[in-house]
Design a protein. Sequence first.
Length: 453
Amino acid sequence: MAHRRLSAVCVVAVAASTLATLAAPNPAAAVDEAWGPLQEAGGSTLAIALDDRTTALVSVGGPDDATIYEQRRAAAGTVGPTTPVMTVAGAASCRPVEAATELSNFAVAVECQTKTGLEDPPTKLVELVWTGDDGWVWKVQADGELGSLDYSPRGQFVVFTSNSEYGRAHHVTSYHADLGWRDLKRRELGLTGDNLIAAINDGGNVVALRGAGSEDEPGYWFGGRLRIETYKATAGKWARQFARDFPDGGIDPSGLDLSAGRIVATFVESRSTGQLNGLADRVVVLSGTPSNPRVWSSPRWTRQVLTASAAITQAGVGVVAWQAVHDRRTAKSWFATWAPKHGQPSVSDLKWSTTLTDAAASGLAMDLSVSANGHGAIAYVRHRPGADFSTVAGASFRVGRNGGLRDQVDATWQQPVEVTVDATAAATATSITLGQMTGPFVLSPMTQYSLGP
């Protein structure tokens, strides 16, 4: 995948039944002591909690902000030296955008602007993996934005996907400590291209979710299609498993995870309404095998779905969260779990709304991360109209085999209006990184992070 303070309301409450239910707790509740205090960091730092209770702090700096650095925070709270990892040639304004971890190995995606002299330069994608004894390895995609990042359930493989801004082939890039890098190019489909995300298992087999569709004019979509493809590592071949056309709509893949041959995925379906700013989007969730997934869609169409995350546990329980525009000025958040034995997901309204700040409109006001053992973290933002601050709600939790939540620990932080969130969950620890937008599509290099149980 999540692909980023004090207030009147907090985040999630423990499940009241065998299905996950999230609700707002006591408005007077303080930040739980199990969540650490916010730590200041610069250099667009992304905090990544690891299984051994250490934390990797990945940041950028140096000339043109094109050098990537690593710093480790021990379980006792001591912080080690800042160490340069690599410098991205011909790039500027780099920023870590996503991380994934499993068994104290972790991977980070860093996006950079290519030095071209253009006002809107193309994006380089740097794919970095830390594998303990082998240290850091990396690959640079000269053109592409991050599509997805996923670690296999037992930490054997990691896979990155990138989508070109210029109609070039997608890259599906995996890494294994003994087998090295494997880069699979997948050409775009159709005249208008498509977007692709992927997940990987411990055998190196890949599942890819592809979606397409174009808006010819406001309210009119055409050419919508959804495809699920699988790559068998031993055979070295791709095969199409599932296909569905949406002639009057568009499909945008959002989240995908894989475990024990089952997937959980989210995508955004857009439809033609014939109305400017009419109801247009809804979240669709897939659960099951790649060739025959069950399909659930949100009953209400909204103006826009801002972000949607998906994860699956080793027990096959899907965990999803999304944020969507509720009316013309605010967005609401939802959370759901989908156990294999249940015909549909258990969906909870998180009871919080936020105005459409630049951060929310960019999809950076909510994030979910769940490790293979069911340990998860969620963070999302609330901003009331006219308020001069926002509130970030965070929680760590564990997902049971039937989709219920336990061991939940909540936290809230008062932050500036344009706060962004990024959550990372390892098997035994969690982290939430808080950033800030200083203008439309402009992110401040100053961040804060908190470590949770």
